[in-house]
Every structure is written in structure tokens, then in C-alpha cells.
Ligand binder design. Structure first.
Ligand SMILES: [Ca+2]
Ligand SMILES: [Ca+2]
Length: 308
């Protein structure tokens, strides 16, 4: 299916989502019961602010001054643990940055990870999927040391649905040791979720091949971590409403955002976890529900304002 068709399907679903939201709120008001589709209390719901700034060089190197005009954030010990909690910052930690220019949203991630999967370890496979490294819908794009970005342009939801894989909402992966453009052994972007949906998969693949999302992943020279720099073009990847991509010139906006850091070490380091993952830490949400739009945090896009 063409990306255009995929976006169209997403829009239809969003109209249904709006109707659902209205029904849920009405139910809540008339019965005094919290709408079942609202966010649960106790969710981690953080916010980040993106200021207008300079365009970074996507080379996997945090150059001096390159991200000074960005918002810096840290993790991941206090993030949401899907698997084993992080107790030691030498095991897994993150320094991140976000900013935008006139056309692109930019992220950088400097990850501390004591064992780089596929580099310091064998490229072992999970018992759940012997085809995990196929660059197809059968593979596991997130299997490895990786970062995921999830974005919901409208920051609205109907129930507990996850991203649909269109310009309205998406979940993409940057893996340290494999990518759509470079293949197995070269880090970069891969089609994320829902990869079971051909339309989502095709949209993601198209975005990567057209370069409207770009990322560079680079292991640190000392092997104790890696850097990912990742840029997302507002048009077509950040739609506030159907057919209306965000533009800094048009002012401020708030979009839904979640971020994940996946950490794979040796199989024995993740005993008992799915895929023997050691960690999967999430910026927002709660365990098991963190991919749902109602679990996302908020990214405030500050138009053409620079960081004060
Ligand atoms: Ca750079
Ligand atoms: Ca690792």
C-alpha cells in the first residue's frame, strides 16, 4: 500500500478515535466513573520542551557546542522498567537532547551500556524467534541495543490503542548494529511497530528510504556505550491533524512522545525476560502499556523561540 493510502487509513481511524473519546468523556460525566479510555493514575507522564536551534551534523558524534541550544534530559534509572530494573548507571544510562529547526525535529542520545550486543557479545538469537535478524516483518527490529521514538501528533487517543504507523502516530527503531539502509552489522533506522500492519511497515520503509527520518548510530571508541543522532522531518512525519504537519513558523504545539532504550547483553544477563532482554526502559507510561498513546508524555514544540 502506498504511503498516501496508509496516511488516509490513519485519518479514518483517528476520526473514529475522536468519536470514541467523546463517548468515553460523556460516560464519565453521566455515571461519575472515570472514563475507561483516560490515562491511569500512577503513569509516568513527563514533559520535554523543544526549542528552535541550529541544525546538528548527523554523524554519531556529540561535537562540542553542537547540542548546547537543545534541551538536555537524563535517564534511565528513574524511567519505567519493562524488564529488569536498572540499579547501576554503569550498566545503562542515557543523556539525551532534543531541539528543532525550521523543518526537522532532532534528537541525540548518548547511551552508557557496559556490553554492546553483537559487538562485545556474540550476535546470539532469542529462543522466541530464530529469524529475529531478518530485515522483514518476521524480524525483531528492536532486538539489540536500541532506541525507539514513539510520537502521536494529535496527542489524543480513543482507548488503549498504540501508534497506527502513519503520519498521525508512529513507533520507529534505531538499532546499534542493523538497519534498513546498511543491513546487518550497520546501525541505523528500522521499521518499528505495528510491523504486523503492511501499511505501517511500508510507510516506515518509505520514510527511511526517502530520508525523511535519518539516524546515525555509532559505538563509543571505548566500547562502553554508543551515540545515536536522529532527525525527523516535520513534513510528513509530525502531523498535528490530518494533512497538517507541524511548522515552527506557525507557533507552538504539544505532541505525544515516548522514548525507549533497549539493552541486550549476553543471554544469561536477561534470564526470565522476553528475548532475554536485560533492560527496556521507557521515558513515559507504565510497564506493559507503555506503547499506548494514553501512556505517552508530552513534547512541547516552541515554534521559532530559542532556548532562553
Ligand atoms: Ca553530531
Ligand atoms: Ca547492551
Amino acid at each position: 500500500m502506498s504511503p498516501l493510502r496508509a496516511i488516509g487509513a490513519g485519518n479514518q481511524r483517528r476520526v473514529a478515535a475522536w468519536a470514541g473519546l467523546g463517548a468515553g468523556l460523556l460516560l464519565g460525566c453521566t455515571t461519575g466513573i472515570r472514563p475507561v479510555d483516560g490515562p491511569s493514575p500512577g503513569l509516568r507522564r513527563p514533559e520535554l520542551t523543544s526549542w528552535f536551534g541550529s541544525t546538528p551534523v548527523l554523524d554519531g558524534v556529540i561535537a562540542p557546542g553542537e547540542w548546547n541550544d537543545a534541551t538536555e534530559f537524563r535517564g534511565v534509572r528513574d524511567w519505567v522498567a519493562e524488564f529488569s530494573p536498572v540499579t547501576d548507571e554503569r550498566d545503562l544510562a542515557l543523556r539525551g537532547w532534543v531541539k528543532h529547526d525550521a523543518e526537522w525535529l532532532h534528537f541525540a542520545f548518548e547511551v552508557t551500556d557496559n556490553q554492546l550486543y553483537g559487538l562485545a557479545t556474540e550476535r546470539w538469537l532469542p529462543r522466541e524467534n530464530s529469524r529475529a535478524h531478518e530485515l522483514s516483518r518476521e524480524g525483531f527490529p528492536w532486538f539489540g541495543d536500541e532506541i525507539e521514538i514513539l510520537l502521536n501528533g494529535s496527542h489524543r487517543w480513543a482507548g488503549d490503542e498504540s501508534a497506527e504507523g502513519s503520519a498521525a502516530s508512529w513507533q520507529m527503531v534505531c538499532n546499534l548494529t542493523k538497519s534498513r539502509l546498511g543491513g546487518l552489522g550497520v546501525g541505523g533506522l528500522l521499521e518499528g511497530e505495528p510491523r504486523s500492519e503492511p501499511a505501517a511497515w511500508n510507510t516506515y520503509r518509505d520514510w527511511i528510504e526517502r530520508g525523511v527520518q535519518r539516524a546515525v548510530a555509532r559505538p563509543q571508541p571505548d566500547g562502553r556505550g554508543y551515540v545515536i543522532e536522529w532527525s525527523v522531518r516535520f513534513d510528513p512525519c509530525v502531523e498535528l491533524a490530518p494533512g497538517r504537519p507541524y511548522s515552527p513558523a506557525a507557533g507552538n504545539a504539544a505532541v505525544g512522545l515516548n522514548l525507549a532504550v533497549g539493552d541486550l547483553d549476553r543471554p544469561e544477563d536477561g534470564t526470565g525476560n522476553f528475548g532475554n532482554f536485560r533492560h527496556e526502559q521507557w521515558w513515559a507510561g507504565a510497564p506493559h502499556t507503555r506503547t499506548q498513546k494514553n501512556n505517552f508524555g508530552t513534547l512541547r514544540l516552541q515554534g521559532t523561540q530559542r532556548k532562553p
